[in-house]
Design a protein around this ligand. Structure first.
Ligand SMILES: [Zn+2]
Ligand SMILES: [Zn+2]
Length: 347
């Protein structure tokens, strides 16, 4: 057992504190990773605060992990000491069901094992990346290409793959019109990816406040959704809309922006049910869908794509002592566009 420094929530209602947690011994198929950077995802906040159900505490969140391999188990073949690697939202799955065999471990029929706050195979509760080290089965560890620095790579492991996967699945590319709803941690990555894939990209944001950013990140057009004219002007326009907003939206208004056969894909998770008028779908054979992160193979593909295209998130690096302050700023949408914890400040 390895005792390591961590930033963790002692309960659902208290701020995160510095503490220690334990990591299992490195098994034959495990790698030990010295974490250099961990991104802060909105899900971390929801989870530690119990918004998505009761948790075991103390809980160290963090599922955007980038670091270096410092030890490998006797049977490890994919990674070696010194490799730059990442870990995202899951650290295990059944490996046998149809989803797992297809390389879509995120849709494992048994449920994938979340990187933190989940029951691991040995019955312990998983702990995330706001820690100096993590032990992970080698097949849930991905390589970070040389061209990507570790701080920039970290948010790709959740925000990156969550937007990359639906863009690929619904064929964002040359000749396709893609809209991104919301320009935050997820949205800004969706814009960069869709642009790099060759699509014509539109940002749909509440106001025009971040318009310059949106255009700089690769958007071709930028519209305010607070302006009702936007929905008239753009009716029937898009092949694909990626909705990154986790607050409720007027789904029928957004569905009306889709072309025939268009798809509106939710990657944000609003707490309340959304209401769909069947005619919003029927009259143009439209699809309303959802998408969760991506499989391990696709996560690797996404990182390689980022390496090739020189793409990464816009980040603000903080120290371990700034996590609580960062949480408040995430909740206030006051970050452009992702906080990343410099884990060397935890040592
Ligand atoms: Zn996340
Ligand atoms: Zn499975």
């Amino acid at each position: 057992m390895l005792t390591v420094n961590a930033v963790a929530a002692p309960s659902a209602t208290e701020p995160l504190i510095r503490t220690t947690i334990e990591r299992r011994d490195v098994g034959p198929n495990d790698v030990l990773i010295e974490i250099h950077y961990a991104g802060i995802c909105h899900s971390d906040i929801h989870t530690v605060r119990g918004d998505w159900g009761p948790q075991h505490y103390p809980l160290a969140p963090g599922h955007e992990i980038a670091g270096v391999v410092t030890e490998v188990g006797s049977e490890v073949t994919r990674h070696k000491v010194g490799d730059r690697v990442g870990v995202g939202c899951m650290v295990g799955s059944c490996r046998e069901c149809d989803s797992c065999r297809r390389g879509e471990e995120q849709y494992c029929r048994e449920g994938n094992i979340g990187t933190y706050g989940a029951v691991d195979r040995d019955g312990t509760i998983t702990q995330g990346g706001y820690t100096t080290h993590v032990v992970v089965a080698e097949d849930f560890v991905v390589r970070i290409p040389d061209g990507l620095s570790l701080d920039v790579a970290a948010p790709l492991l959740c925000a990156g793959i969550t937007t990359y996967s639906p863009l690929r699945h619904w064929n964002a590319g040359t000749g396709r019109k893609v809209a991104v709803v919301g320009l935050g941690g997820l949205g800004h990555m969706a814009v960069k990816f869709a642009h790099a894939m060759g699509a014509e990209v539109t940002v749909l944001s509440q106001s025009l406040k971040k318009r310059e950013d949106g255009l700089r990140l690769g958007a071709d057009h930028y519209h305010a959704t607070a302006d009702p004219e936007t929905f008239e002007k753009l009716a029937g326009t898009f092949d694909l809309i990626i909705n990154t907003v986790s607050a409720g939206i007027d789904l029928n208004a957004y569905l009306g922006l889709l072309s025939v056969d268009g798809a509106l894909v939710n990657v944000g998770a609003p707490p309340e049910p959304l209401s769909v008028n069947a005619f919003s779908l029927i009259l143009a054979r439209r699809t309303f869908a959802g998408s969760a992160i991506g499989g391990i193979a696709e996560t690797q593909e996404m990182l390689d794509f980022c390496g090739e295209h020189g793409i990464g998130p816009e980040i603000e690096v903080i120290s371990a002592d700034q996590v609580n302050e960062a949480y408040e700023r995430v909740l206030a949408s006051d970050v452009r566009y992702r906080f990343v914890i410099d884990i060397s400040t935890l040592a």
